[in-house]
Design a protein around this ligand. Structure first.
Ligand SMILES: [Zn+2]
Length: 263
């Protein structure tokens, strides 16, 4: 299995990162994809990937919650980091209006700029969208060539109508994490409608732990709970779900091409 979205480079893992990597391998994971947050976390990200070169791949991007009045400077730094190469995606990027609409204009500009970079570089995108689907789809309309974008709506939390819009974008998958296991989750019927061919597994560790780990720090090994939940939902053996979602991830993130993109 491939955890397509986790942040084991953050300080929440400083005390036991080796143990979490070992636990992930023991739980059947073969690769962790690590989206950046902002330039201040890029050093940790690179160090973590250097420590586990056969088990981790970095993404580079500026997260919407890190976008503020200083975002042009943050974007310029992110562009320099991206130019170094070796990334499997531009991420994580997107829009977050959960805490209100402040910096919406700046968030949209940063998002659209990074979508253009992904098109120029031929890289997929890992998208974070919280309470902002209308604005997100407006941003896609602002980007020339957006129909050629490929990526994942990480931790998809949209409505049925938004699911329809997301699925209409051919090159896009939905990232399924711990929140799909919560008792009050509205996701199961939406995931069935999307179909396994459009789903990826992820944890978003250290955030959003699946049942029965709620309230604890999440870690990649816990992805097995989400995989089990998805298998039960689709009425399929867990191996089938593991294999299909891993194949989807390999297709999206060009993981078949070998490791030559790790410059
Ligand atoms: Zn994330």
């Amino acid at each position: 299995m491939i955890d397509t979205h986790c942040h084991i480079f953050l300080e929440e893992f400083d005390a036991d990162r080796d143990a979490c990597v070992a636990a992930a391998k023991a739980a059947g994971l073969s690769l962790l994809l690590l989206p950046n947050i902002d330039p201040s976390t890029a050093g940790r990200l690179a160090e973590t990937c250097a420590l586990y070169p056969d088990f981790t791949l970095p993404m580079m991007g500026l997260h919407p919650t890190s976008v503020d009045g200083d975002y042009k400077q943050q974007l310029a730094l992110t562009e320099q980091l991206l130019a170094r190469g070796g990334y499997c995606a531009v991420g994580e990027i997107g829009l977050d209006l959960h805490w209100g609409g402040s910096y919406l204009r700046e968030q949209k500009d940063a998002f659209e700029t990074q979508l253009r970079w992904s098109l120029q570089l031929g890289l997929p995108v890992s998208i974070h969208c919280r309470d902002a689907f209308a604005e997100l789809f407006d941003s896609f309309r602002q980007v020339e060539g957006a129909e050629r974008l490929r990526g994942v709506f990480h931790c998809f939390q949209g409505t049925e109508a938004e699911l329809g819009q997301a699925l209409a974008m051919d090159g896009f998958y939905l990232g399924v994490g711990g929140s799909s296991t919560y008792k009050n989750s509205k996701l199961p019927p939406l995931l069935l409608r999307a179909g396994l061919e459009r789903l990826l597994l992820e944890t978003d560790a250290p955030y959003l732990p699946p049942v029965p780990y709620r309230g604890q720090r999440n870690q990649p090994a816990y992805m097995a709970e989400t995989a089990g939940k998805l298998a039960a939902l689709f009425g399929l053996p867990e191996e089938v779900v593991d294999k299909k979602t891993s194949t989807n991830a390999a297709d999206l993130f060009n993981l078949r091409a070998g490791r030559e993109f790790l410059s």
